[in-house]
Design a protein. Sequence first.
Length: 156
Amino acid sequence: MSTPGFSIRGCRPADLDEVCRIEQTCYGSAHALQRIALTQYFDLCGPAFALAEISSQVVGFAVGGIAVDNDCRIGWLLDVAVLPSFQGRGVGQAVCRYVRERLVNLGIRTVRATIAPGNEQSLKLLGNLEFSVLDDIAEYFGPGQRRLLMEWRRRD
């Protein structure tokens, strides 16, 4: 997929060091996923692990996965990061749309994400992608870890 100024493609094993660097830059060492977790995302979510590139430089990524519960399959937007100097250019939105489309191609009709209520940038991003707040969960990740559960549903 190509968008003016950047392109979106699937992640490859050789990209994981760069993905790790972007994760560290965007989230800091206290909150960033470590290389082992990103490698596991790649192994589990390969078709829905996408990168954004500008002039062959990886500037962002998004990862989607599928939760299976009995007969219900729900997609999840698990991680999104765009280097600060490339934010505000539509990169995050494009890479998330790509991941969402990959999930839809795998038969997913509902995609969810969790967002910290004060994360205005992510709230705006998901709002632009037609996600809406489904729930406000006080201790989603444990004490003091409130999250908004957001959801997108495919309309036919």
